[in-house]
Design a protein around this ligand. Structure first.
Ligand code: UT7
Length: 328
């Protein structure tokens, strides 16, 4: 095994053109801009076109990440896609993205860790790279959640959005790269956040469609109460695993589900909100795509400098949660 650390050498993101503002949603369900902003921090979200699916958004983000990394698409050895809104049950969205990138001979698979998709995905990428199995891994978090959103359910439709973020990873010599990672889950919470229909438990029938079982369903308040302590624990555990403390972190990039969750975690960590990257107001919750989109924006806004300590923290359906600490 060669020496070195696994680095993110390129990032990119893409969000569809169409935007729904809170005012647009006021016309669709019984809600108000004021409720959405104060309860979630969201002002607008991007919505995929009728003919746009997760692989379309993902391929666009992937191309940008490949360009940012300064490599040729043919240098990618493995494609990992995290999504809960795949184009279809199978084949994997990773294979569909591979095809869109014009590649014909790479490993490709999907993972489902819901909103923790980036944390799980780059941790998996790290294992392959660390052990010299592959040289270049492309990770993509992509979601077309609008396609599995019940646009009559005000409890969920105001929260969700579409988008994709991608990262290219390689092992390089030096001290910059992934310093630690922490993954966890507890499936006893699986009934709080789920899409019940369409799998082998409740296969699609006319009746399941009538009963709205093919939509994103969430017990929001109960989910909120678990999300805050788990995100906090993830932040602490990730830092412990590389011998660091909260004070060492230059920027936290948390999953963007609700501004109040991010604020509560910041309070528990005793850090100012300036240390938390937030862009939920523009995108809503894009599940596996929130963290890579946020990373791309943070980088483009100059919020990340070489050598900075960045901690990514995620939480999502499963429930799954975890963190990754990186020296950029
Ligand atoms: O990404 C994976 C993880 N996801 C999360 O972590 C999300 C966690 N949950 C949340 O972010 C929040 O729980 C929500 C934003 C979903 C909801 O906020 P809340 O403060 O927990 O509100 P609530 O569900 O307790 O609802 C409060 C009230 C209810 O009315 P009553 O029963 O008090 O009369 C709801 O019916 O707000 C009502 N309500 C709405 N009102 C206007 C729910 N949705 C809406 C809406 N517009 N869109």
């Amino acid at each position: 095994m060669g020496k070195g650390l696994v680095r993110i050498i390129g990032v990119g993101s893409y969000a569809p053109e169409k935007i729904y503002t809170n005012q647009d949603l006021e016309k669709m369900v019984d809600t108000t801009d004021e409720w959405i902003v104060t309860r979630s921090g969201i002002r607008e979200r991007h919505i995929a076109a009728e003919d746009e699916a997760a692989s379309d958004l993902g391929a666009k983000a992937a191309r940008k990440a490949i360009e940012d990394a300064g490599i040729k698409p043919s240098e990618v050895d493995l494609i990992i896609t995290a999504t809960i809104s795949p184009d279809m049950m199978f084949p994997s969205t990773a294979c569909l993205i591979q095809n869109k990138l014009g590649l014909t001979d790479t490993a490709a698979f999907d993972i489902n860790a819901a909103c923790s998709g980036f944390i799980y995905g780059i941790t998996i990428a790290e294992q392959f790279l660390k052990n010299d199995v592959y040289k270049t891994v492309l990770f993509i978090g992509t979601e077309a959640l609008s396609k599995i959103t019940n646009w009559k359910d005000r409890q969920t439709c105001v929260l969700l959005g579409d988008g994709a973020g991608a990262a290219v990873l390689r092992k390089e010599n030096g001290e910059n790269g992934i310093l630690s990672s922490y993954l966890s889950s507890n499936g006893s919470y699986s009934d709080l956040l789920l899409m019940p229909g369409g799998g082998s438990r409740i296969p699609a029938t006319v009746d399941t469609v009538r009963r709205n079982l093919h939509y994103f369903t969430m017990k929001g308040n109960e989910t909120f109460k678990v999300a805050v302590p788990k995100l906090y624990d993830s932040a602490i555990e990730g830092l412990k695993r590389c011998g660091m403390t909260v004070g060492d972190v230059d920027l936290f990039i948390p999953h963007q589900a609700n501004i109040r969750i991010i604020q509560a975690v910041a309070r528990k960590l005793k850090i100012p909100m300036e240390k938390m990257f937030v862009n939920i107001e523009k995108y809503g919750n894009t599940s596996a795509a929130t963290i890579p989109i946020a990373l791309d924006e943070a980088k483009r806004e100059g919020r990340i400098k070489e050598g900075d300590i960045i901690e990514f923290i995620g939480f999502g359906a499963g429930f799954t949660w975890g963190s990754v600490v990186v020296r950029w």
